[in-house]
Unconditional design. Structure first.
Length: 357
């Protein structure tokens, strides 16, 4: 015998509350939107009726009264990478403190139809602003413009000279700190295994790496491209292990560095006695690598906090729609870097000016 689904329960309306409370729908509307000109006993009567019926005030109605929906949209491409996940976590925590909810919409395929669908959905859900955790240039590549009536912040993997407001880590400064650290340890040059060629962050890091070596008058080795993964670091490491002039490597991120360490171990290259390795991100597991990883720390929590702060400023009309904010990076020196053999006995450590962690 076929199973019959129970009838769907009708959503409780404002008129239902008004009938139970013995008041007009206008009075219920005033209570639900926070209007102060309602008698105390009447207010309590209406709230009691709302509770009994399970009525939820319409967010759009509250927005008409107060000018805000108290909801922010977050568009992102993936949560798989370290930065997006940790920045999103910070944004969500800060939003709660500010009294806002988060509506998350992933855009798996960065196509025009994908972006239109996401923006349309945000419009239907009535958000006060949109935070985009993906490369801003993708919008231009498909001919998309952000809705002009919505405040917005573009956060991760974006060109800071772009026409949208951005909050991001200072990738270039982080790379400069890493390269200078390795050169001070006596390494003649620094090899670099970069992130994907289409990544704005990877491009900025590669440009900073090349510029720092040029400024120091050092030879610039060929750039090796990776994809942020340990696998790509492993493949690059097998190549670098066979290059006699390679004594120092800057990895695109800590996952890439993990792959390098595995390849060097398999090829009998001791880290840091023969090759020094520096990562980027400072993931929680970096201290558990063997050896513990010297890396560039990105303050993802601060990026998220400033991102939320910036979009709230825009919503309240307190800020510009084209601000660029860079969060400083920090070099954290651990056991994967050491003085080059060309300078004498290899000892783990760093100049006094570097920070330990």
């Amino acid at each position: 015998m076929p199973q019959i689904d129970p009838p769907r329960r009708r959503r409780v309306s404002m008129a239902d509350v008004a009938r139970l409370a013995g008041v007009s729908t206008q009075t219920v509307s005033r209570v639900s939107t926070g209007y102060s000109g309602v008698d105390g006993s009447t207010r309590r009567q209406v709230l009691a009726a709302m509770k009994e019926l399970g009525y939820r005030p319409n967010g759009a109605a509250r927005a008409l009264k107060h000018g805000e929906f108290k909801t922010l949209g977050v568009m992102l491409g993936s949560l798989a990478d370290t930065g997006s996940g940790r920045i999103l976590e910070s944004i969500a925590a800060q939003a709660v403190l500010a009294g806002y909810a988060i509506t998350l919409i992933p855009v798996q395929a960065p196509t025009r139809s994908g972006f239109i669908g996401a923006f349309t959905r945000f419009d239907e859900l009535a958000v006060d602003g949109i935070i985009i955790l993906m490369k801003a240039q993708l919008l231009d590549e498909v001919g998309m413009a952000l809705p002009p009536t919505l405040p917005h912040v573009v956060v991760v993997d974006s060109d800071i000279s772009h026409r949208y407001s951005t909050v991001d880590s200072d990738h270039a400064e982080g790379v400069r700190l890493a390269v200078r650290h390795l050169l001070k340890l006596g390494h003649r040059t620094v090899w670099h295994v970069s992130g994907p060629e289409q990544s704005a962050a990877a491009i900025r890091r590669a440009v900073a790496w090349r510029s720092e070596l040029e400024a120091a008058g050092q030879t610039i080795p060929p750039l090796l491209h990776g994809d942020w993964s340990a696998r790509s670091g492993y493949v690059a490491g097998l190549d670098l292990a066979d290059r006699p002039g390679c004594t120092a490597v800057l990895a695109a991120n800590d996952q890439t560095a993990l792959g390098l360490l595995k390849a060097f171990q398999e090829r009998g290259k001791d880290v840091p006695e023969q090759i020094s390795v520096v990562g980027f991100d400072d993931i929680p597991e970096a201290t558990s690598f063997i050896p513990s990883l010297t890396t560039v720390r990105q303050d993802f929590a601060e990026v998220g906090r400033l991102c939320l702060q910036e979009i709230l400023h825009q919503i309240r009309g307190e800020g510009s729609r084209r601000t660029q904010t860079l969060v400083p990076a920090q070099l954290v020196v651990r056991g994967s870097t050491a003085v080059s053999r060309a300078c004498g006995t290899a000892t783990s450590g760093s100049p006094p000016s570097a920070s330990a962690g």
